[in-house]
Design a protein around this ligand. Structure first.
Ligand code: PEP
Ligand code: MG
Length: 326
């Protein structure tokens, strides 16, 4: 079976009706690009940059320097040989603590984390932005911002990016002036006020791991409530499908980069909602591609619409089973 999947590596990801689907890889370090390429990824849909910062603070409290970061980002984009690399700025806090201060926050998942932390530490944030921008001179990079929920946070972030660009121009350092900027949609408030994001940004990527956590009020790492962490909750399906639909309506690309994107039981449902870009752990890429190759959107779309009208879990589960049988 592994051999059979291996043969799909070079096969373009196109549905039976001829719709091309982008299958991208999630990576944590530039070294992961080898696995991404090996699985035939069209690019990196999520580079979780916090892994460059983790496991090195604490006692010495040392963050990676601008040059160290630049080298990692440059390596990733060079390794991907012309394919797009989506670099997410530092997404620290809660399940990915940078130091003890965050671990002792009263409610880390709701605290000063990710973009909130970056906006509170402007020098550190500017340093990362400069490093990412400098790497964009070496290949196609997209800049992705985690955990945005307020218009003012988007505006402040865009101002910081403009400031980092100005600093680089002054220092005569090259970067991609037209670098695309996108937001993670992973807080329900963001999904419910999407026009604020569409108006200001070039692309969106839905982080279902956190979107589920925050919509259902289920700590994503708490085993006691893991049985309630349900991607098929009608509230999640609504937020997903409305985000994908509105992105399509306004011509802003929408990806899914949470665990849902790599779950073959959900591939057809996401395709039926209109999703055309999936980003996942490299090991999930070929199984998802196989599912894409066997899917016919002409059959999936009407069946998915029925699922989206349902609210009873039994009806939703039955609908998903019917999708699998198409
Ligand atoms: C997510 O929240 O779905 C996501 C992709 O980001 P992370 O798992 O790193 O929070
Ligand atoms: Mg997240």
């Amino acid at each position: 079976d592994r051999k059979k999947l291996g043969k799909l590596k070079k096969t373009p990801a196109v549905t039976i009706d001829g719709t091309p689907i982008m299958l991208m890889a999630n990576i944590e370090l530039p070294e992961d690009c080898a696995a991404a390429l090996d699985a035939g990824a069209s690019g990196v849909g999520l580079f979780r940059s916090e892994f460059l910062f983790m496991g090195r603070t604490g006692y010495h409290n040392k963050l990676p320097t601008e040059d160290e970061q630049f080298e990692s980002y440059r390596k990733a984009v060079v390794n991907m040989k012309g394919r797009p690399v989506t670099i997410r700025t530092l997404d620290t806090g809660a399940d990915k603590p940078l130091d003890m201060a965050e671990q002792t926050a009263l409610n880390p998942a709701l605290g000063l984390r990710a973009i909130r932390y970056c906006l509170a530490e402007p020098q550190m944030f500017l340093m990362q932005l400069r490093a990412i921008l400098r790497a964009s001179a070496f290949g196609p990079i997209r800049l992705l911002i985690p955990m945005l929920s307020h218009a003012v946070e988007i505006d402040q972030t865009l101002q910081m990016i403009a400031q980092a660009k100005t600093q680089l121009r002054t220092a005569n350092k090259k970067f991609d002036e037209a670098i695309e900027i996108g937001a993670m949609i992973e807080i329900p408030a963001a999904a419910l006020t999407l026009p604020l994001f569409i108006k200001r940004l070039d692309f969106l990527s839905i982080g279902t791991n956190d979107l589920i956590q925050y919509t259902l009020a289920i700590d994503r790492v708490d085993h006691e409530v893991a049985h309630l962490y349900n991607p098929l909750h009608p509230a999640i399906l609504y937020l997903l499908s409305s985000t994908i639909k509105m992105g399509a309506k306004y011509g802003v690309p929408v990806a899914v980069c949470g665990e849902m994107a790599g779950d073959t039981r959900l591939t057809r449902l996401l395709l039926g909602m209109g999703l055309r870009e999936f980003s996942m752990h490299p090991s999930r890429l070929l199984p998802v591609k196989q599912e894409v190759l066997n899917s016919d959107l002409r059959l999936l779309m009407p069946q998915t619409r029925k699922i989206l009208r349902a609210i009873e879990p039994g009806a939703i589960a039955e609908g998903v089973e019917r999708l699998a049988a198409l």
